[in-house]
Design a protein. Structure first.
Length: 214
């Protein structure tokens, strides 16, 4: 994918603010490398570089700050199920790392399990980011049905799971619960707000002369 002018400009501004001398060729190569990732990952990473860097701007510094929605290793470890009763919501990378540490958890060695999980998860996450793959969240249902609702609703609130997906996993009575309805209203409100902002941006882009005059 060819880099956009917006990305090239953002790199140039970030380089200037971090006292980094980038040739036009170097900036274009960096932009080419970053263009394979969504703008929603790259632009916040460049903002963090402008705020945090004390040295030169490099591609590695930008990549280290990409936020693709995947949790860090410690949060991921906290989210995985530690027993068969617990319901969890995880990414493909978390699920694959869990398969590595599960035998150690079964043996009761939580310390070794945590280390094995983190090592596998970081490796899986880095591979996914190198391939610019967005996270895919799914639920794994535990044997305790009473512990499912809170976990699934929290995931829906954080937009890790869609509402139809969550509703399909909950019993019919739960679908009418006040908790689920509150989540539905929150998500609908956020979607409406986002659509309003998008329509506002579209209007401004459609009338550049009028906006310039103002």
């Amino acid at each position: 994918m060819a880099p956009t002018k917006h990305l090239l400009k953002a790199i140039a501004v970030t380089a200037e603010l971090t006292d980094t001398a980038l040739s036009e060729m170097a900036a274009r190569v960096m932009a080419q490398d970053l263009a394979r990732y969504p703008d929603a990952w790259v632009m916040p990473a460049l903002v963090r570089c402008r705020r945090e860097l004390r040295g030169r701007l490099t591609l590695a510094e930008v990549l280290a700050r990409l936020d693709d929605g995947r949790p860090g290793a410690e949060e991921a470890w906290a989210l995985i199920p530690k027993d068969e009763a617990t319901t969890s919501v995880w990414t493909d990378e978390m699920r694959e790392a869990y398969a590595v540490c599960a035998p150690l958890l079964s043996e009761g060695d939580a310390v070794a399990a945590r280390m094995a999980f983190k090592e596998a998860y970081l490796r899986n996450m880095q591979r996914a980011r190198d391939e610019a793959r967005p996270p895919v969240w799914t639920a794994t249902l535990g044997q305790d049905p009473h512990g499912r609702e809170a976990v699934l609703l929290e995931a829906a609130t954080k937009k890790r799971l869609t509402l139809p997906y969550v509703k399909a996993l909950l019993p019919p009575a739960t679908n009418a619960s006040p908790q689920l309805q509150a989540v539905v209203q929150t998500v609908v409100k956020e979607i409406t707000t986002q659509n309003s902002l998008s329509n506002g941006d579209s209007t401004r882009h459609c009338h550049p002369k009028k906006s310039a005059a103002n």
